[in-house]
Ligand binder design. Structure first.
Ligand code: FEO
Length: 169
């Protein structure tokens, strides 16, 4: 495999694990506020990020590449309002999309079409993750200031269940 592409995927494992840690911190914030549905949403999101990391880990090993696991940074975002994690999550997903796009471009440049095909799933996934995180902001804008509506929204988010990624390696 092209060594630049391999290195970028290796770095992305760390970024996905950081994403998991960031989302766990958001779950932590909402749990402390008594909003167990919001916490559930982000706990599941954290699991999905671990899945993303593991897909990259497995892909690199399947292609004979070594993986180096680096330290995962401390989640350093400060949350005060109930909206803060939601806007941070959306901004974070936009950032992750830019990272996936950069690896995609590097794979194309290296004519590494196997990796391009592998990353197609992530490109689509990022579209879904940006939409989900943007929808959360919209819902909070609509319902967040009314206690009953917030209770209903929290109940809705409590219903999110984990499902394994549709991409299997
Ligand atoms: Fe792994 Fe939320 O992107």
């Amino acid at each position: 495999m092209d060594q630049k592409v391999s290195a970028l995927l290796n770095e992305q494992i760390n970024k996905e694990l950081y994403s998991a840690y960031l989302y766990l911190d958001m779950a932590n914030f909402y749990d402390a506020k008594g909003l167990d549905g919001f916490a559930n949403w982000y706990e599941i999101q954290a699991k999905e990020e671990q899945d993303h990391a593991m897909l990259m880990y497995r892909y690199l090993h399947n292609n004979g590449e070594n993986v180096t696991l680096e330290a995962i940074a401390k989640p350093d975002k400060e949350f005060e309002t109930l909206m803060d994690p939601l806007t941070a999550a959306y901004a974070h997903e936009q950032y992750v999309t830019s990272l996936i796009n950069a690896i995609y471009a590097a794979a194309q440049e290296a004519h590494d079409y196997r990796t391009v095909q592998f990353l197609d799933w992530f490109v689509k996934e990022q579209g879904e993750e940006e939409k989900n995180s943007s929808d959360m902001i919209t819902k909070m804008e609509l319902f967040g200031s009314d206690a009953k509506a917030l209770y209903m929204l929290n109940s809705e988010l409590a219903g999110r269940v984990y499902s394994a990624p549709s991409l299997q390696l």
